[in-house]
Design a protein around this ligand. Structure first.
Ligand code: NAI
Length: 315
């Protein structure tokens, strides 16, 4: 159990999720936001969420909900947030200029022992940390939503991030029970979105060309590939799928993989292809009407909680 201090900048959806993850592991958490109203709402939500997880038996860590809540406090002063923090998790909206101006303030305030990790889904760390004197202490630690139920965190260094900052963040994530992967160097989309976008592109093409409906194309993942991927990655899946392992798999199927891959065609333009977009939206809304999204998200979270238990059993 740790009494080290963690600062969180931005108390929205992701900032609150990090607060719960850190408190579950016994860290002292201080949340900062530019909006006072956000901070008081965040505290109310955290209190409610922690107790509801406890009631459902899904609370993480060894502390009770009230003990975890007592570890979380708020501040509206950035200089207070940075004081004696070992780690700051930045969770402000995905606007590059906003991130840059926040990092320039942090650059003046950061103490030597503090690493600042951005939750950004899209900005490579060099885009917002270039030129700062504390840039070796800045990197990305990208969670997947909802972070409380999905353990992956992508750690992405800028060219100037120190190896000590990377290693400390990796170990910190492990101490939360998260499962970090550290990229050797930054790349657009990191790893998750590069893979996710490859899937979205092909799904778009299959629906756009009328080969499969939205329900069926999603079934290919939810009733097929996804079931295996919840335990094994795509390479281990291949390794198990040929008598002689992965080398044998690519010997046997490599030709087919290349032949199919040559038929994919252009990368879809998901902003300009209005026809496909409207069709996808129409079918998705038939499956889950917009007013039911919240309910479906709750089902997703409940499913992920049960899946986490099952995964623990198998790992
Ligand atoms: P959000 O809009 O729910 O929360 C942002 C919070 O930041 C708000 O409370 C806002 O008042 C506060 N804020 C705005 N400017 C600020 C400033 N200068 N200083 C301090 N606080 C400030 O946003 P959300 O969804 O929590 O996203 C935060 C970050 O997490 C983004 O970088 C996003 O890309 C990333 N992320 C989001 C995921 C998602 O599914 N929502 C998943 C993974 C990463």
């Amino acid at each position: 159990m740790s009494s080290q201090k963690i600062g969180i900048v931005g108390s929205g959806l992701i900032g609150r999720a990090w607060a719960m993850l850190f408190a579950a592991a016994g860290y002292r958490v201080q949340l900062y936001d530019i909006l006072e109203s956000q901070l008081s709402m965040a505290l109310q939500e955290l209190d409610k969420d922690l107790h509801s997880l406890e009631e459902k038996g899904s609370l993480r860590g060894d502390l009770r909900a009230s003990e975890q809540f007592a570890l979380i406090e708020v501040t509206n002063r950035l200089e207070e947030l940075t004081r004696e923090a070992v780690h700051i998790q930045e969770c402000v909206p995905e606007v590059l200029q906003l991130k840059k101006s926040l990092y320039s303030q942090l650059d003046e305030l950061l103490e030597e022992q503090t690493v600042v990790a951005s939750s950004t889904s899209t900005f490579m760390p060099s885009l917002y940390s270039e030129g700062f004197k504390r840039r070796q202490q800045m990197l990305v630690a990208h969670p997947l939503n909802p972070p409380y139920f999905i353990p992956l965190v992508e750690i992405v260094p800028a060219p100037w991030t120190s190896s000590e900052s990377v290693e400390r963040t990796h170990n910190l994530m492990l101490s939360l029970g998260q499962r970090p992967v550290t990229l050797k160097k930054e790349i657009q989309g990191f790893a998750t979105n590069r893979i996710q976008y490859a899937i979205l592109n092909e799904v778009w093409r299959l629906v756009g060309s009328g080969i499969l409906s939205v329900a069926d194309v999603d079934r290919v993942l939810s009733q097929g590939l996804g079931l295996r991927y919840a335990l094994l990655g795509s390479l281990e899946t291949a390794h198990l799928n040929a008598p002689g392992g992965v080398a044998d798999y690519f010997q046997r199927f490599g030709g087919e993989i290349s032949a199919v891959s040559a038929t994919y065609g252009e990368t879809p333009n998901t902003q300009e292809d209005r026809v496909t977009l409207e069709e996808i939206a129409r079918q998705c809304e038939q499956l889950v009407p917009l007013e039911n999204l919240e309910e479906r998200r709750a089902t997703r979270d409940e499913f992920l909680t049960q899946l986490a238990k099952l995964k623990k059993h198998f790992e």
